[in-house]
Design a protein around this ligand. Structure first.
Ligand code: UD1
Length: 345
């Protein structure tokens, strides 16, 4: 039987590359689009090392509808699209709001137009728990109200969800699933692919692994005066491979034409850990100490958020297959396997 072809925008990126591998494992044929603005071609080698396959990859910017159209012409019979391609640095988005709106919102609009032209009707969209802002009650369910975004980045995710909802209200045949990610961490167990931050990492786990590897001198924990068990922020850290698998089941659900025209799912583990607990989990899992100090709060940080994943569990069959320690260990194995870490400093 011919494999079903799924287009993966941002397929060379962190979550994208893991999803390409899981799509392959599940019997799909992934086709990648990436402009490599925040990824490296080496990710494709990693994918090949794991799967033994070289998937077609188009170096295209998703805001460029004409270039996207060419890809759709060259790839007839696409059954669906998973749209990862986006900028994701909260701080940078405050400095460069127009770039964020253009790239994140512009790429979704261009993609939807081209999908309509080619009658490709299934879309999985990368959303974020950032849409919940500072939630009043925890854990957050999909019914928790969406709030005003805290940053232009967060607003792009909120706007993109609204665009998809508006399209769903129209006569469009599009079916979409927005996955609201909590904090994806870790790497593929093979250590052939993982998170590859260009420059100084913004996110906690790459900063921990780079500090442990001696690339960064010291981790700063942003604030210890929050109203949490140890005073540091609480997040829901989900293993990237578990998250990648959620995309595959979301695609399956779309292809079976189950559910409403648009659906939202939280993807986390269902439990929260403080920043300090995350550091300690890393130390326990690897036996390596992390040099850290406590600094002031980071502007815009949500004190505490974690997911209720009942809906994803029941509807998508989502499962958390690894502990925080296992995720940390995989992130460390990936860090150790990086030959060119120094060039990422
Ligand atoms: C943020 C966004 C999330 C987005 C993600 C993409 C919010 C609330 N969350 O996640 O929507 O998808 O970025 O990158 O806007 N920390 C330190 N020291 C560090 C780095 C982080 O203490 O050097 C702490 C942070 O204060 C936070 C936790 O670690 O409490 C996780 O931070 P990070 O990995 O940056 O993710 P979020 O801010 O949760």
């Amino acid at each position: 039987m011919e494999k079903k072809k799924i287009l993966v925008t941002g397929g060379a990126g962190y979550i994208g590359s893991h999803t390409v591998v899981e799509l392959h494992e599940a019997g799909y044929e992934p086709v990648i689009i990436d402009n490599f603005s925040n990824s490296k071609e080496s990710a494709l080698d990693g994918i090949t090392a794991i799967t033994g396959q070289q998937f077609r990859c188009y170096r295209v910017d998703c805001t460029n509808a004409a270039a996207m159209r060419e890809v759709f012409e060259q790839e007839p019979g696409l059954e669906g699209v998973i749209h990862f391609a986006a900028y994701k640095a909260v701080g940078e988005s405050v400095e460069k709001p127009l770039e964020y709106y253009h790239n994140n919102v512009g790429s979704l609009v261009a993609l939807l137009q081209v999908m309509r032209e080619f009658n490709v009707t299934n879309l999985v969209f990368s959303s974020s728990c950032t849409v919940y802002g500072i939630p009043e009650n925890l854990p957050v369910t999909e019914q928790t109200p969406v709030q005003k975004a805290n940053s232009p980045y967060g607003n792009t995710k909120k706007i993109c969800e609204e665009i998809l909802s508006d399209v769903a209200q129209s006569a469009s045949t599009l079916r979409s699933i927005a996955l609201r990610y909590f904090n994806p961490i870790g790497a593929h167990p093979s250590a052939k692919i993982g998170e590859l931050p260009l420059g100084v990492p913004n996110n906690l786990v790459p900063f921990i692994t780079q500090t442990a590897a001696g690339i960064r001198e010291q981790l700063t924990i942003f604030g210890e005066d929050y109203d949490t068990a140890d005073g540091t922020c609480v997040r829901d850290y989900v293993h990237v491979v578990d998250l990648a698998k959620a995309h595959v089941t979301a695609v399956e659900r779309l292809l079976e034409a189950k559910g409403d025209k648009i659906e939202f799912f939280n993807v986390g583990t269902g439990s929260g850990n403080t920043v300090l607990e995350a550091v300690q989990a890393f130390e326990r899992a690897t036996g390596v100490k992390v040099n850290y100090k406590v600094g002031p709060r980071r502007a815009g940080d949500v004190p505490k958020i974690y997911a209720d994943v009942t809906k994803a569990t029941e509807v998508l069959g989502f499962r958390t297959n690894s502990t925080l320690e296992e995720a940390m260990k995989s992130a460390w194995d990936w860090q150790l396997s990086l030959q060119d870490s120094v060039t990422n400093v």
